[in-house]
Write a protein that binds this ligand. Structure first.
Ligand SMILES: Cc1cc2nc3c(=O)[nH]c(=O)nc-3n(C[C@H](O)[C@H](O)[C@H](O)COP(=O)(O)OP(=O)(O)OC[C@H]3O[C@@H](n4cnc5c(N)ncnc54)[C@H](O)[C@@H]3O)c2cc1C
Length: 458
């Protein structure tokens, strides 16, 4: 057992969020009176799920000069690329594998800096199964023993995949996530076993784009059917790099979700009339998004999640333009079909699976070789399959946010619940509170603020 204490910080999760908090703690701490225990079940410390993939063809969806680890130095990744003689343009979308290397290089530097400051950082590959409060703070139970600390940074990330009632445990042709170990190999081997059938992708967002682009490259003869509620594809980033930037006029009163959407459309139209791509307006709005989101109140947020989130997602979470061109080409050539609808049932067959789809009130049976869930993470903690999250929730140490996404936090960033100021969530778990919490620019800003708050605690 590792002992706790008021200056010892437990960090659960070895992805970008965990790394960003530790990097800021080490950078901001003046002396070595803190110690950090960093725990992750995968052991990909720094890379996490998003940047732990080896395939060099999965690309970042944020340009290189905006992906630095530190909020104070957004160009850090681009500088690192140049120092390593990877001469790409500042606005290039490079591979996530390369970004993972950058994070590991920085992790090593941070560990060295910590040592020089006398800060102990222990990394342990362990699955955390639960937590309990104790006299020193709290105690984590893991498959490798117990870890005590004064407080817990909860950086457990994107969470597990959403579950569906029609997925039966015995279904072998259903893959819950592209990011699980071995998932791509299973997908491709089932696809080539029945090349006459399409691969069924559930969802039409960023993961669907990753899977379709990779299938087009590695198995170009395989067809893809992608289904989502509205059948919308992500929009592309603007390629007009020389276009002038624009600000945006933040509305000075709280607007409803629909009024906000109208406002945003008008801003985008005005920008376009001046020759500025609408994408720049979405980017300029980003720092204000959490405040605007909070201004909607929980009822407004729920309405927005029901009626506007798909539209928002495709405009906000964009892809490089060449990726969209490839999808359009595949679509035109009959290799990609995008369907707006929902699944009614799925049955296993000897050759794969049969999916009953409802498309604008019309039912259709689709025979597919394999189905991949591309719908994104389960952010409702009441349904979490993560034992730590469920344990904290059951003990009242975590509460769902008012709109049901992620967890509720206090103004100081601590989880609302029965344990006062012991648990500090970061990353996707804050989606309900701030909406913009999953990408690097937002996480690194939050990490800097959180580290300051934790270091100020006595
Ligand atoms: C495929 C993909 C591509 C992305 N691309 C971009 C991009 O290009 N640009 C951008 O800005 N953002 C991108 N993002 C957003 C991304 O979510 C964030 O950038 C960031 O990686 C999230 O990091 P995290 O540490 O919060 O979560 P994760 O990377 O999910 O890390 C959490 C870690 O905690 C571990 N963990 C969870 N529970 C436990 C437990 N009980 N015990 C032990 N360990 C546990 C998990 O196994 C995991 O290793 C992408 C996300 C994904 C999924």
């Amino acid at each position: 057992m590792v002992e706790g204490g008021s200056r010892s910080i437990l960090v659960a999760g070895g992805g970008f969020s965990g790394l960003a908090v530790i990097a800021e703690l080490v950078r901001q701490a003046e002396s070595g009176d803190i110690s950090i225990a960093w725990l992750d079940e995968r052991g990909h410390f720094g890379k996490g799920v998003a940047y732990g993939q080896d395939d060099p063809h999965y690309l970042l969806n944020v340009r290189a000069d905006r992906m630095g680890l530190f909020a104070e130095e957004p160009q850090g990744f681009y500088t690192w690329l140049q120092e390593g003689e990877s001469l790409v343009a500042a606005d290039a979308y490079v591979s996530r594998a390369l970004y993972g290397k950058y994070l590991v290089a920085l992790r090593e530097k941070i560990l060295t800096d910590a040592k020089e400051k006398g800060i102990s950082v222990v990394m342990e590959q362990a699955r955390i199964t639960g937590a309990s409060p104790d006299s020193q703070g709290l105690l984590l139970t893991t498959d490798r023993g117990a870890y005590g600390g004064g407080l817990l940074v909860l950086a457990t990330g994107n969470g597990d995949a959403k579950c569906f009632p029609w997925v039966r445990p015995e279904t072998k042709t259903y893959l819950p996530s592209l990011w699980d170990k071995g998932s791509w190999d299973k997908l491709s081997s089932m696809a080539v076993s029945h090349p006459e059938r399409p691969v069924f992708l559930l969802g039409s967002g960023l993961t669907m784009v990753d899977a379709t682009v990779r299938l087009a490259r590695e198995l170009p003869h395989i067809r893809v059917l992608a289904l989502s509620r509205h059948g919308l594809l992500p929009c592309a980033h603007s390629e007009e790099t020389s276009a002038k930037q624009t600000g945006w006029r933040k509305p000075d009163i709280a607007l409803s979700a629909s009024a906000l959407m109208c406002f945003l459309r008008e801003e985008a139209a005005q920008a376009q009339a001046l020759g500025v791509p609408w994408q720049h307006v979405m980017d300029a709005m980003r720092p204000d998004t959490p405040a605007l989101w909070r201004g909607l109140g929980s009822d407004g947020q729920r309405r927005a999640l029901r009626h506007a989130i798909s539209w928002w997602n495709v405009h906000r979470h964009r892809i490089p333009a060449p990726a969209l061109r490839l999808l359009e080409q595949r679509r035109a050539n009959g290799f990609l079909e995008i369907v707006a609808g929902r699944i009614l049932d799925v049955a296993d067959t000897a050759d794969g699976l049969e999916v009953m789809v409802e498309e604008r009130s019309i039912r259709r049976r689709v025979a597919a070789s394999v189905m991949l869930n591309c719908t994104g993470p389960q952010l409702d903690i009441r349904r979490s399959a993560n034992p730590l999250i469920m344990d904290l929730y059951k003990q009242g140490a975590l509460q769902p946010s008012a709109n049901g996404l992620g967890v509720a936090v206090t103004e100081q960033g601590a989880a609302k619940g029965s344990w006062k100021n012991l648990v500090y969530p970061i990353g996707p778990l804050l989606a309900g509170e701030d909406l913009e919490t999953t990408a690097v620019p937002e996480i690194r800003r939050h990490a800097a603020l959180l580290a300051r708050r934790l270091l100020e605690r006595r």
